[in-house]
Ligand binder design. Structure first.
Ligand SMILES: C[S@@+](CC[C@H](N)C(=O)[O-])C[C@H]1O[C@@H](n2cnc3c(N)ncnc32)[C@H](O)[C@@H]1O
Length: 271
């Protein structure tokens, strides 16, 4: 059950834009716009609320490919389903990952969650499938990915708000979310530290943050592959380096599980 989502007006944060819960019913197409008292207006097309009108012009090659319909179409079935198994060299299904996510996040009735860089919405969907009485916001700056998230959400009967925005500048009020989840997005960000700071801003003081990211490889072939990905804009860190980023943003680690280079971490705000 989704409640009314409040977005900050870009012009003046004293003016909130109230997003009606009907928008989160992904099986019911919703088109139009929402307007704040200061006149700022966001378009809504097929349930997707666009806070940014176009893709940012400083995207890396990896980020640009996520704006292609072909990538969005193939992403979950061709890549995401097998990704953890391929990257970790171990058997690991989407169901295993969803179980870990829900075991650590423990979504409860009435809570609010944010999926940062949701792509086709796998984490967002997993939370709402576990606890349909929580409210979930899935954020990405790629329209084709959000369109696919809508399609997947509708076919699974999973309600959520879909927001097109830049994670470096999120349209949410401070302390909006009881939990944040993010799968694989950190490695792709042009400014990961800034996004982590934004996550700290929009999470409650007692919130929890589930983040999956890829570590720097220590085999020669892994290093070679990662050097190639670096050119495309994908970054890798050692566990110590990424922990330093989490600490700098105001988080501390509660739990960690690594499978090869795949690293799952549960964080909480330090203050
Ligand atoms: C590796 S994919 C995430 C996969 C997804 N979380 C999952 O678990 O399947 C990274 C996503 O982050 C999005 N992204 C990258 N930089 C972003 C930014 N600055 N703001 C919003 N979305 C961003 C991309 O469009 C892409 O869909």
């Amino acid at each position: 059950m989704q409640k009314t989502l409040k977005l900050k007006s870009p012009g003046n944060e004293q003016y909130a834009l109230a997003v009606p819960p009907e928008l989160s019913r992904l099986d019911k197409p919703f088109n139009g716009s929402i307007c704040a008292a200061d006149g700022s207006e966001f378009d809504i097309a097929d349930n997707i609320i666009s806070v940014i009108g176009t893709a940012p012009d400083d995207m890396s090659m990896a980020q640009s490919t996520n704006h292609w319909s072909l990538t969005a179409e193939a992403y979950e079935n061709l890549w995401r389903k097998r990704s953890i198994g391929i990257l970790s060299g171990d058997e690991y299904s989407l169901a295993d990952e969803a179980a870990l996510l829900n075991d650590w996040m423990k979504p409860r009735e009435g809570e609010w969650f944010l999926d940062v860089g949701c792509s086709t919405g796998f984490y967002a969907r997993s939370l709402v499938e576990r606890e349909p009485r929580c409210s979930v916001v899935a954020l990405d700056f790629s329209l084709p990915m959000l369109a696919k998230a809508r399609e997947q959400g509708a076919s699974h009967g999973a309600g959520m708000y879909l927001v097109r925005a830049d994670a470096r500048q999120m349209p949410f009020y401070t302390g909006t979310f009881d939990g944040i989840v993010s799968g694989g997005t950190l490695n792709e960000l042009t400014d990961p530290q800034r996004v982590l700071h934004e996550c700290r801003r929009v999470i409650t003081k007692k919130g929890r943050f589930f983040i999956m990211h890829l570590l720097r490889a220590d085999t020669w072939y892994g290093k070679l592959l990662q050097q190639g990905s670096g050119i495309g804009g994908i970054h890798f860190w050692t566990a110590d380096e990424s922990d330093e980023m989490f600490t700098r943003a105001g988080f501390r680690m509660l739990k960690r599980e690594t499978k090869g280079i795949v690293c799952f971490t549960l964080l909480e705000p330090t203050v």
